[in-house]
Design a protein around this ligand. Sequence first.
Ligand SMILES: Nc1ncnc2c1ncn2[C@@H]1O[C@H](COP(=O)(O)OP(=O)(O)OP(=O)(O)O)[C@@H](O)[C@H]1O
Length: 973
Amino acid sequence: MSVKVAVRVRPFNTREKDLGAQLCIKMDGQTTIITDPKTGNPRDFSFDYSFWSHDGFTEREDGYLLRADDRYADQQIVYHELGEQVLNNAWEGYNCCLFAYGQTGSGKSYSMVGYGANKGIIPVSSEEIFIRINQNPNPNLMFEVMVSMLEIYNEKVQDLLIPVNQRPQGGLKIRESKVTGVFVENLSKHPVSSYAEIEKLMEKGNTNRSIGSTQMNATSSRAHTIFTIEFKQILINNDTKTGKVSVINLVDLAGSEKAGQTGATGERLKEGCAINKSLVVLGSVIEALAEKSSGKDNKKGIVIPYRDSALTRILQNALGGNSKTVMVCALSPATVNYEETLSTLRYADRAKKIKNHAVVNESPEEKIIRELTKENEELKSLIEEAGGIERLRELREMLEANEKFSTAQSMSWQQQREAIQEDFEPEIDRSGPHITNLNEDHLLSGKVVYNFDNVPLVVGRKTGNPKPDIIIANSSVRPRHCTFNKDENENITLEPIEPSCSEFLYVNGQKVYEKVILKHLDRIIIGTNQIYLFKRPGEDSKYKENDIDYEFAMEEKNEAQQLELEKEIPQLPPQPPTPILTKTASIPHEEPKNDIVTEPETHPENHENSAEPPQEPALALEVPPEPEPISKKRQLHSRLAKLFPLVNEANLIATDLSRHVKFNVKIINLLPDEVEKEEDLEPDYWEKELKVEVQNQDYGLIWLWDVEKFEDRLCMLREMLDEQTDPSPEEDPLWDPPEENILGKGYYSLKPLGLLFDNPFNILIISTSGGDAGLLKMNIVPTDEDGNMLDEGPETPEELIGSLINFRVEIHEAWNIPLSHANNVYCEYHFPGLGIRRTNVFPGYSEHPNFNYKEQFTSVLVDDFLCNYMQTKKLAISVFGTGMAMKVETQKNQNQKPTYESAPAQAPCVENVMENRIQRAVTVGNTSNLRQNEGEVGLQRTATTGSVSSKESSKGSGKNAKGGKDKEKCFIF
Ligand SMILES: Nc1ncnc2c1ncn2[C@@H]1O[C@H](COP(=O)(O)OP(=O)(O)OP(=O)(O)O)[C@@H](O)[C@H]1O
C-alpha cells in the first residue's frame, strides 16, 4: 500500500496579518492549488486528504477552534481521518508511522501535538488507546503500552525522557541486528497504564528538550522528535500466549526550510548545517523510493540511502518497509512563503508514490528472544575468529547491545515498570516573580522557570568562575554575563556584569547598559537567542501574555536595533545631489561612523566610451531620478539589524576557538545588467546586497560570503564550540575551496554599432563595491557576410530597421584584474536575441588574462527593439574569476604561512599592484577610466608574497572554476 499523504493549511498568523499577507493556497476536494504570486500561474496537486484550516472557524470559550463552515477541518476532523486510522492499524498489529513535514511555523506541532484545547493527533490517539483498552470486554486479552521519546539533533540521538545532564556526549548509538532490525541502544522505554502517564512523560520530554536547547548554541527548531508507542496485545489461551505488537512512530520533523534542496551532496552538505542533513537525506530516500515504486528501477536496482542519516536509519521501516505510514504536510497560506510551500507540496507529491509492505506482527516475543539468543551465539563465535581490533570492537559492542535488548525484551511489562523510577522534577513555585523561557518552538515555551527565592542569580556559561547559577551554553553569552537581583523595594533587577555583555543583553528590545528594574511581561534576551519572559503575578501590563512569543520578542529587538542603527550609520543610500550632472565628479559622502558597515566609498567618474558623442549640456540639469523607495532602505536596515549580532557572535566564537579570522558586514552593489542613463552607473542607485566579509588575519586575505552561507557557517561554528572537537577540513566551516565570483561588470556602448562603426575601447570593469576591477579591451566590428570590416554606415540607426547586419564581437584582454581572484578568468555577455555568450577561460592566475575571443554574428535582424537598444543601452560584460587557492599541509600547521600553488609570477604586495596599475594605466592611454580606489575584493589586503605557477595552478583550477571539489587546494584560516 502507498504512503498516505495529507496536506493542511493554517490560518494567517498575526505577523502575516499585520503585513497584509495574501493567500496563495486553494483547496477543492482532494486537490490543493497553489498560485505563484509573481506570475499568477496556478499548480494543482492531488493528495489523499486536503485539510482546509485557514478560515471558516469560530473560537469556543475554552479556545477550541470550531468549524463554522463545511470546509473547515478542525482538530477533531483531522484526528478522525488520520489518527483513528493509525489506531485501527495498530489494533490489527501493523506498525504505523505518522510524519509531520513543513517549514518552521507552518503548523506541524499544531497537528501533531496541538495547543491548549486544540489537542493534536498524539494526545488524542494516546487517550483513545486507553479508552479502547478500558472498553475491552475480553478478560483473556491483555494490553501493554510502552512509550519512548527521542530527539535527533545534528545527527545525534538523545533520549528525551532522561535528565539532560545524563545525556551521553556523542548521543545514543543506532544499532542494527538481523533479528530486531534497527534500534536505538539504551533508549529508555516507559511502561504506562493511563493517558495521564503518557501526558506527564510528554511534558517531561518537552521540558528536557527545552532545557537541552539552553545547553546548546544552535536552535531547537532544527531537531526532529520521535514519540514512539509500543502497543502489545496478548491473548492468553489456557497456557499459551499469542498476540500482536505494533510500533507507532509519531514524528514531528524539524522545519523544512532549505531542505527542498534535496539531493545536495558533498560540498553542499558541508554548508548543510542549517539545511539539516537528516531532512536532506529523508528527501533523497523519498525520491529513491518514489522512483522505485514507479517502476523506474533499472536492473541494477536503486539504492535507498537509509544509512546516510540518523532519521532515515531509525525510520527505515516507516519508509518503504513494514509500516502503514501517513505524512501530514503543513502549509503556510501566505504568498511570502510561496517558494517553501511549493517545495513542501512537491515533497508531499513524491512521498505519495512510496509503496510500503506492512505485515501483521504476530506473537513475535518468544520467537525474537529465541532468534536473538541464536544471533548472539553467532556473534560470540565471530568474536573468537575476528581479526583486527576495529572489527572486534564492533562485534563486541553489537553483542552487548543485543544482550541488553534481549534482557529488556524478556522482562515483563510489570517488571519493567518496577525497574524504572520515574523521576519528575518538582514543580517550581510560580506564585511570586519569576522568569520563564520563550522558545521558537511554541511547545517548548514556558518549560524552563527560575524564581527569585535565592538572589542574586548569575547567568553565564559553565566556564564561569565562580560558576553561574543559570547556565546558558550560548557563544554570545560571557562566562559571567548578567545578574538578577532584588532591590530594597523587592523589585527584581537585571544588570550586565561587564560592559561587553550589554551587546548581548536586551530588555524589551533595548540593550541593557546598567541596572534595570523588571516589570511584568518584560522580554529579556540573553545572548543571541535565549529569551525569557519576566512575570510578576498580580502586576498589570499593557501587554497580554498570549500575544508575546519568541517571534514577538525577536522582532521587537530587531526593530529597536534597526532604529539605533539608523541613528549611527549614514543614510543608505545617500540622497543624490540636485541637480545631478551627467558627467559628474564623485559625490562626496561621509565615512561610515560604524567601522563595520563598509559603504562604497567612490563613484564611477566616467564610464563614457571615447566614441560617444559629447553629452548635450541640456542633460546636465536633468531632474534626478526618484531616490530609492524608503521601504527598500528600511528593508536593508532591518536585515542589517539582524545580521550585526550574528556577525558579532561569529567573531566571539572565532576568538573562543582561537581562529584568526574576523567577520564584517559589507554592503555591496548588484551591478545592473542594463545601463541606459549615466545615473544607472551611480552606485547610489544600484540595488544593494548584504555580504559578510571574512578576513583572515594572518595573511590579510578576504572572502565575501553570501548571508545564507554565513548563517550556515555560523551554525557550524556554534556546533564546533558545543562539541569542542577539531573538525576535519571537510567539516571545518572556515576551510574553503576557491570559489568563482563575479569580479565586476563593464559596459560597452552600442551606439557606434547602430551606425555600423567599430569602436575599439578599453572599458572599465566596475567591481561590486563600486570601485574598479581592471580594464577590458574590446571591440564590436560591423562586417560584411565574409567578416570584412565595413567602410561606411547609415546616417541614422533607424535606417537599419528591417535589415540584416553582421558584426564580430572581440574581447581581447583584461588588465589589473584583482590578483586574489584572478584565477581562471572569463567574460560573459548577453546580446539581445543572441543568448548568453562566453569567452574561453584564461587558465591559471593572471592579472592580465588574454581571451583572444572573436565571435562572428551574421544576419542579425535589426528590428525596432534592437535599434532602440543600441541607441539607449550599453552591453554589460561580466567578468568572473576564481579566488586564491592555497595548500595547507595539516590543520595543526595552520599557524605556518601557507604555500601557494606555484606560479611564475610574483604574487605582488599591494604597493606593487597600485604602482603597476598607474604605470599601465598611462600606457593604456585612457587614464580617465582608471579609478584608484578600494574597488576589488580583497586586493589591497593581499599583502602576501609567494610564487604561483600558472601551469601548475591551471591543472587543478579547471575543477575549482566550477565550484571546487579540489580539497587539496583550499585555504584554512
Ligand atoms: N490549523 C491551525 N489552526 C490554527 N492555528 C494554527 C494551525 N496550525 C498552526 N497554527 C498556529 O500557527 C503557529 C505555528 O504552528 P506550529 O507551532 O504548529 O508550527 P510548526 O510547524 O510546528 O513550527 P516549528 O517547526 O517551529 O515547531 C502556532 O501558533 C499555531 O497555534
